[in-house]
Design a protein around this ligand. Structure first.
Ligand SMILES: [Zn+2]
Ligand SMILES: [Zn+2]
Length: 344
């Protein structure tokens, strides 16, 4: 089968690999029907994910149909349409039991698919600990509607959840890339008083304006003044930083009102500085959290009810055979791309 493979730093290529088989009784084999490209795939390509193993098939965002299940897999059977969780987790350790599946202590746990073991930019994938790693897609939900449940939407859902958003809040979201927009959709579920999105790219601001006209928009340069003018207490009650630049990290705490919650979703290339003397008396609560994919079932239910729709994010569609072209567009942010669906 065709498998898009991490060859070495700077190079992915299409290779031929044998179809995967069940190796452990907790495994499942999934026929990938739809996948996507994530910024983390680019991080692997650029060599900034030291754990990534050369030779593995990349891709960790996918949906598909279960082909086979091991004898110990529960709740999933052959023929089920499923989302695949980016995180592999045991469901039994201290962290899993408390809903922190990202911190699972199992040796298989964490981001394995498309990083340490073969992932989903291919035709078939072996999913370890499949009882936890797969969620059945409701019949009325399409593959495209479910595509982001296991990764980028799980990230947005987690970010909105830990930010403790209330209906009185002014919420500032910094960054309107794919994760920023997923965060926006999940923040909207909390019905805050207003949401402000700060985004540098004019193209992406236009995207937000078109699809979510109730959201207020600003740029990094104007953000602080804009937020002060459009909030009730001199700053945002909740700030969610999804952009990941040095300047946006500073913006996040600067735009927060005293006693606000600042949630850092972004992944930075370098350490960030908290200028504590300048922040003295602001009494901020900082939270950090990348993806913690423990709510996929709930997210699928919300999609089924029509409360979350990420399909507008799919701006491009390519067959697996043309994935190289898709990477070029995604990497260079060409042609207004937000997310690309790769179909088989
Ligand atoms: Zn990802
Ligand atoms: Zn665990």
């Amino acid at each position: 089968m065709k498998a898009y493979t991490y060859i070495e730093k700077g190079r992915f290529a299409m290779t031929d690999k044998p179809k995967p088989v069940i190796e452990e009784p907790t495994d499942a084999i999934v026929r990938v029907t739809l996948g996507s490209i994530c910024t983390s795939d680019l991080h692997i390509k650029h060599g900034s994910v030291p754990r990534a193993v050369p030779g593995i098939t990349v891709g960790h965002e996918m949906v598909g149909v279960v082909e086979a299940v091991g004898s110990e897999v529960k709740g999933i059977k052959e023929g089920d349409r499923v989302t695949v969780n980016v995180e592999t987790f045991c469901g039994e350790c201290f962290y899993c039991k408390h809903g922190y599946v990202n911190n699972c202590t199992s040796p298989h746990g964490g981001w394995a698919l498309g990083c340490r073991i073969d992932g989903g930019q291919t035709e078939y994938v072996r999913v370890p600990l499949a009882t936890q790693g797969l969620n059945r897609i409701p019949d009325s939900v399409t593959d495209e509607q479910a595509l982001f449940v296991g990764d980028v939407l799980a990230t947005g859902f987690w970010a909105a959840r830990i930010s403790e958003i209330t209906e009185d809040d002014t919420v500032l979201i910094i960054g309107a890339g794919p994760t920023g927009i997923c965060t926006l959709l999940c923040a909207m579920l909390k019905h805050p008083k207003r949401i402000i999105v700060c985004e540098r790219s004019e193209e992406r601001r236009a995207f937000v304006k078109k699809h979510y006209p109730e959201v207020l928009l600003t740029t990094p340069e104007e953000c602080q003044v804009f937020v002060e003018a459009h909030s009730d207490h001199g700053g945002a009650d909740r700030v969610l930083e999804v952009a990941g630049a040095n300047a946006t990290f500073q913006l996040a705490w600067q735009c927060a009102r005293p006693n606000a919650i600042v949630t850092i979703v972004a992944l930075y290339d370098e350490p960030q500085v908290l200028p504590l003397p300048n922040m003295y008396g602001k009494n901020l609560t900082f939270k950090t959290g990348g993806v913690d994919g423990c709510d996929c079932e709930e997210v699928l239910h919300l999609i089924e009810q029509g409360k979350i729709d990420t399909t507008p994010l799919i701006t491009h569609r390519f067959p697996l055979s043309r994935i190289e072209e898709a990477y070029r567009i995604f990497e260079n942010k060409e042609d207004g791309v937000i997310k690309i669906a790769i179909y088989n």
